[in-house]
Ligand binder design. Structure first.
Ligand code: FPP
Length: 261
C-alpha cells in the first residue's frame, strides 16, 4: 500500500515538473557537486556556515528523494582536498557540521540506506573518523540506496594513493606490470565496488568538475544548473533526471539509429 502511494506520488511530482507522464530513465549512480552554499548565505546577509547548514538540510531532502526514485548510488562532494585552504572558521564549521549530521544520517534504517565515505581520512579528527566508521558498519547490510560522502576527497589524490598501492604491491612482488588492467586499478580506488557515475549534477552555476571523481566520471552525463544547493530539492532533482533521460549515451560507439542508416 505504502509502495503504491510512493509510486503515485513520484508520478505526480514528475507530472508537476514535466507536464507529461513521460517515463524517467533512472540513473544507477548520480554524483553531486553541492555548490552555492556561500552565495546563498551571502544573499541573506548571513555567514557562509549558515549556508552550509542549510545545504545539509537540502542534502537530506535529496537523499530521501533519491531513495524514493529508486536510485541505487549517490555520491556527494562534501569537502575537497583543496577546501582546507578556506578560512579556518569555515573549515572548523564544516567539520563540526559533518560531526553533527552523521548522528542523524546513520539513522536511515527505515529507508534501508547504506552509508559510505570516500577520501583520505588520515587528516580528519579521530572522533569524526570513528563516527564515519560507525555509520558504515551500522548500515553495511542495507540494500537500498548507497549514499557515498566525499570528505577530504580529491580525484587526483585518490589516483595518486592508488598508484602508491600499485607500487607497493609490485615492490613486494605480488604483481607484475602485465597484471595491471583498468579493472585492477579501479579496485584500488576509494570507490571499489561502486559502479561508474551515470549523471553528474553541479548546482550553483559553475561548469567544472573541480577534481571530483575524475576516473569514475569518464562516461557520465553532465547536468549543470544555476540553482544554489540550499534551494535544490526534489523538483530540481527530477528536472536533472528528465534531462538525463533525453540524452543519447553512446560510450564511444555510434547511436543505434546511425548504425542502422
Ligand atoms: C560548496 O559551496 C560547498 C561545500 C564546500 C560544502 C558542502 C557541504 C554541505 C552541503 C554540507 C554537507 C553535510 C554533510 C553531512 C556531508 P560553496 O561554499 O563553495 O558555495 P559558493 O560557491 O557560493 O561560495
Amino acid at each position: 500500500m505504502m509502495r503504491l502511494f510512493v509510486i503515485i506520488q513520484i508520478q505526480k511530482d514528475v507530472n508537476d515538473v514535466a507536464g507529461s507522464s513521460a517515463e524517467l530513465k533512472i540513473p544507477t549512480h548520480i554524483a553531486f557537486v553541492m555548490d552555492g552554499n556561500g552565495r546563498w548565505a551571502k544573499k541573506r546577509f548571513m555567514p557562509r556556515n549558515y549556508g552550509h547548514s542549510e545545504g545539509a538540510r537540502s542534502l537530506k531532502t535529496v537523499i530521501r528523494s533519491l531513495a524514493e526514485l529508486g536510485v541505487k548510488y549517490a555520491t556527494f562532494y562534501a569537502f575537497s582536498t583543496e577546501n582546507w585552504n578556506r578560512p579556518q572558521e569555515e573549515v572548523d564549521g564544516l567539520m563540526q557540521l559533518f560531526d553533527e549530521q552523521l548522528d542523524s544520517l546513520k539513522e536511515y534504517e527505515k529507508e534501508n540506506i547504506r552509508l559510505l565515505f570516500i577520501g583520505d581520512r588520515t587528516r580528519l579528527a579521530p572522533g569524526l573518523i570513528e563516527k564515519m566508521a560507525e555509520c558504515e558498519s551500522k548500515s553495511a547490510d542495507r540494500t537500498g540506496l548507497t549514499v557515498i560522502i566525499a570528505v577530504n576527497y580529491g580525484g587526483q589524490d585518490e589516483i595518486v594513493r592508488a598508484v602508491r598501492k600499485v607500487a607497493e604491491l609490485a615492490g613486494e612482488g605480488y604483481i607484475k606490470p602485465q597484471d595491471i588492467s583498468g579493472k585492477f586499478f579501479e579496485s584500488l580506488l576509494d570507490t571499489n565496488g561502486i559502479p561508474p557515475v551515470d549523471l553528474m549534477v553541479r548546482t550553483g552555476g559553475e561548469k567544472r568538475l573541480s577534481n571530483f571523481l575524475i576516473w569514475q566520471n569518464a562516461y557520465a552525463e553532465f547536468y549543470f544548473c544555476d540553482t544554489l544547493w540550499p534551494d535544490f530539492g526534489k523538483k530540481e532533482l527530477i528536472k536533472a533526471i528528465e534531462d538525463y533521460t533525453s540524452r543519447d549515451r553512446r560510450f564511444g560507439k555510434v547511436s543505434v539509429s546511425k548504425a542502422d542508416a
